[in-house]
Write a protein that binds this ligand. Structure first.
Ligand code: C2E
Ligand code: MG
Ligand code: MG
Ligand code: MG
Length: 284
């Protein structure tokens, strides 16, 4: 009995491992092709100013439309791209494609709109990362102040002096730096004072925990208070319900993003969405 269980257990484990390795290998080689065959797309999700109801920015979110497998989540393929080094090329492409759309939106009259782009710690570690960003902005004629780069706390595990140096150069060019998924990392809070940050994005896990009874919201309340004290902008991520929206407003949270307002959209739909917003405002 014991032996058989052990054997089954082993087989289960090994075939599971094999599937994982196969998947990894096909993602790895598939990603190279995805770039060449234009299977990657940038989607955009609006960021809402809760006081005015206006759209303050759009976050660029990468999508991989695989010819056979369908859509593959960035949470699956970004780690692979970080491992095989393709993240640098892919990340730069997202920035370039995002800036191209931002330029169009701004030219269509949404001239206060900002673009937020996720940046992997691997990208930030490249020697010429900031120069690539400056070049891309210049290519599209976009001011630094219209761009926000979203980093996660894991960039702080790297050489801190190098990270600070890079972020300072980006900041000096007017570019905003946001800490994504704030509150779930392992770092101490000291970096909030030593880095030139603009924004904290409250992780979705805290937003989904918001209840109408106020005593459950202490973490969100504390993050908002701390951000105000530090002069940082706050965006709540993953707002899905009207109740969460109202609670966040009551707690004094100034910005939000989530399915309640809009899911991430392809570029054509994003342009239509923005046009609709403009029309609504003109007619009201
Ligand atoms: P993130 O930057 O924290 O992005 C937010 C994620 O939450 C996105 O998932 C978005 O589609 C999803 N989301 C937005 N609103 C809601 C909501 O109301 N409810 C729920 N359940 N989810 C919501 P997505 O697009 O699958 O991206 C996942 C992660 O992949 C991103 O998390 C980011 O870390 C990474 N990622 C995406 N695009 C890029 C990219 O271009 N470069 C890099 N380095 N990472 C990226
Ligand atoms: Mg993000
Ligand atoms: Mg996030
Ligand atoms: Mg996330």
């Amino acid at each position: 009995h014991v032996k058989r269980r052990g054997k089954d257990g082993y087989e289960f484990f090994s075939s599971n491992m094999k599937t994982m390795v196969d998947q990894h290998l096909s993602l790895d080689s598939g990603l190279r092709r995805a770039i060449d065959e234009e299977q990657l797309h940038v989607y955009f999700q609006p960021q809402i100013d809760l006081r005015s109801g206006e759209i303050s920015g759009m976050e660029a979110l990468l999508r991989w439309k695989h010819p056979e497998a369908g859509y593959i989540s960035p949470t699956e393929f970004i780690p692979v791209a970080e491992e095989n080094g393709l993240i640098n090329e892919i990340g730069l492409w997202v920035l370039d494609a995002g800036c191209a759309e931002l330029k169009k939106w701004r030219q269509a009259g949404h001239n206060q709109l900002n673009l937020a782009v996720n940046v992997s710690s691997k990208q930030l570690a490249q020697a010429d990362f900031e120069q690539q960003v400056f070049n891309t902005l210049e290519k599209h004629g976009i001011p630094g102040s219209a761009l926000e780069l979203e980093i996660t706390e894991n960039v702080l595990i790297q050489d801190m002096d190098q990270v600070i140096n890079k972020l300072r150069q980006l900041h000096a060019a007017g570019i905003c730096i946001a800490v994504d998924d704030f509150g779930i990392g392992y770092s101490s809070l000291g970096y909030l004072q030593s880095l030139p940050l603009s924004t904290l994005k409250i992780d979705r896990s805290f937003v989904s925990g918001i209840r109408a009874t106020n005593n459950r919201n202490s973490i969100v309340t504390a993050i908002i208070a701390m951000a105000k004290e530090l002069g940082l902008r706050i965006i709540a991520e993953g707002v899905e319900t009207e109740s969460q929206h109202q609670q966040l407003k009551q707690l004094g949270c100034p910005h939000a993003q989530g399915f309640l307002f809009s899911r991430p959209m392809p570029k054509e739909q994003t342009a239509q969405f923005l046009n609709g917003v403009e029309l609504q405002q003109q007619h009201s």
